[in-house]
Design a protein around this ligand. Sequence first.
Ligand code: SAM
Length: 364
Amino acid sequence: MKSNLKKKIIETINNEMDRAISFSKFMDICLYDSANGYYSSQSNQFGKYGDFYTAPMLGQTFAISLTKQIEQCFLDVDKNILEIGAGNSQLAIDMILNLNQRGVEFNNYYILEKSHALKNYQQQVLQEKLTTELFKKITWVEEFIEQFNGVIIANELFDAIPADVFASFENEIMEKKVGVVDQSFTWILSENKKYFDYEIALGDGIFEFEYSADYKKIFSEFSKAEQMVCFLFDYGMDERQLFHSSRPRGTLRGFKRNLLSENIFQDIGDQDITYHVNFTHLAFLTQKFNLNILGYTHLSHFLNNLGLEIDDANTIKDHLKLLSDINLLTSPAEMGDLMKVMAISKNCQSSLDGFKNFDKTHLL
Ligand SMILES: C[S@@+](CC[C@H](N)C(=O)[O-])C[C@H]1O[C@@H](n2cnc3c(N)ncnc32)[C@H](O)[C@@H]1O
């Protein structure tokens, strides 16, 4: 637990008239406080010795499939890639090497990364792993590139964007804010004064849900591109599934040392905080900003549609590791079903191989 960070949050709460802050503010400080935030202050969150795995940590399969999909997109848009939230840069390394191996030319690989610690780590690792010629193609940008023409990738970006938490009762929605009692954080129910971007189809009964007003800013940036195809990968689902009676407590959770924690008020600044993304919300924003949806499906279908490639392994141990990684990426109980991919576009209407079977856009 980072005690300075906890102290800072308590001070922020005590400075509020109602002695409470929105959960998005709490999450923003925990994850992105410039001195002590979980993402801003360290670069060891990923993989076996970190707190969680993302798809690029599970061998080359994810990067190879995405590279094939990008190669198809390059027939329609300029040969540039913009990755938003590149984490420990594993995906960038594998994709750049893969594009190179396949002889696919590209002009620029841009990275937009909010965390200073991760940006420094990315610069160091990419320089180590790539040839000087390939490294020169990478540019770190501080904000979205207006008039961007190319392919945008964001893996597990939206589930790391601060969200507010609400409780839906029979006829009323209340906001769940964060207060403090005896130096410990606690939930405080408060009148909901917030405006949702669209009419959320709430389920019956009493339940909680997360909602991020910040998604709109990101979609507004996407809409400034000249021409693009953008792939959004995240844990999440459409609204009907998300607001199901089986999920009455919402989907907020923490991760530390690869263990799930339902107490997001502990290990302040030392655990990841995340939640499931509402893809119906993303579909609404796509429409609002005059973008197109090119496809929406489960990660397993996307990977299978692009032809899962299994590398040769030198030893039985490597082969078993490869099979275990592919199982995690495709199994319904793991990332295969829980993670979704949505492709959106501007000034490009191509059909994409990743969605040729089992496109589930109609669910959004
Ligand atoms: C859950 S991690 C995923 C990292 C990586 N894409 C992967 O799959 O391993 C979220 C990443 O998004 C970054 N991030 C969060 N909000 C961002 C924003 N508004 N702009 C750019 N990067 C952001 C975080 O710093 C972190 O690198």
